[in-house]
Ligand binder design. Structure first.
Ligand code: 5GP
Length: 193
């Protein structure tokens, strides 16, 4: 049984985790700090926060609630790993933005930067649409796994080179609803491969 602050999760979800990396309280406090930093940096800029679905949905939702300024949201969905736990490097846009970003101050909101292949593709793609500025805010940064050198202006936490789930991050569509982030036991994905 894994305990995360006040949350004790029973049943099928947490027995697949080896340990908790970031508790719910740690995540909420860091997201509030990031929200304050973005509020300061984007005053009068009316930024557009582009959430990359589905992994960033909780981070995005909590982050915007911690931003005290005029802003807008939009979402993109790209294919990354599918059901596997290592990057294929092939990125496909499954859902594009609803409107033009020309002249807008855009912030890409990512759950985790691993090899950097997804982000590298996204940054290049969005740059061609002539935003006024384009920055990246990622909850987790797995620097050790980096293959492409992409600049991440705002980072929540540095993350060890292990496969993590929770707080939006999934394995085969599950674990997204955990309010904390934990390391998935390797035998769980080895069993499935
Ligand atoms: P990259 O292209 O940087 O290798 O991978 C980016 C995407 O891969 C992330 O947005 C995320 O969806 C997925 N990913 C990378 N590492 C992890 C991880 O440890 N756990 C989960 N659940 N997804 C990951």
């Amino acid at each position: 049984m894994i305990e995360s602050d006040q949350n004790v999760w029973r049943g099928g979800l947490t027995q697949d985790l080896s340990h908790v990396l970031m508790s719910e309280a740690q995540i909420q406090s860091r997201v509030a700090e990031l929200g304050r930093a973005l509020t300061q940096d984007y005053q009068e800029k009316d930024p557009l926060l582009v959430g990359i679905l589905s992994g960033s949905f909780l981070f995005h939702a909590d982050l915007v609630r911690n931003m005290n300024l005029a802003m807008a949201v939009d979402f993109m969905a790209v294919s990354s790993y599918g059901d596997r736990t290592s990057s294929s490097g092939v990125v496909r846009i499954l859902k594009d933005l609803n409107s033009s970003i020309a002249g807008r101050h855009v912030i890409i909101i990512e759950d985790i930067v691993d090899t950097g292949l997804t982000l590298d593709y996204l940054v290049q793609n969005l740059q061609t649409r002539h935003p006024a500025s384009l920055k990246v805010c990622a909850l987790l940064d797995k620097k050790e796994a980096r293959v492409r050198d992409v600049e991440v202006a705002y980072v929540g936490f540095h993350c060890p080179n292990e496969f993590v789930v929770g707080y939006g991050l999934d394995y085969r569509g599950r674990y997204r609803n955990l309010p904390f982030i934990g390391v998935l036991k390797p035998e769980v994905y080895r069993k499935a491969e």
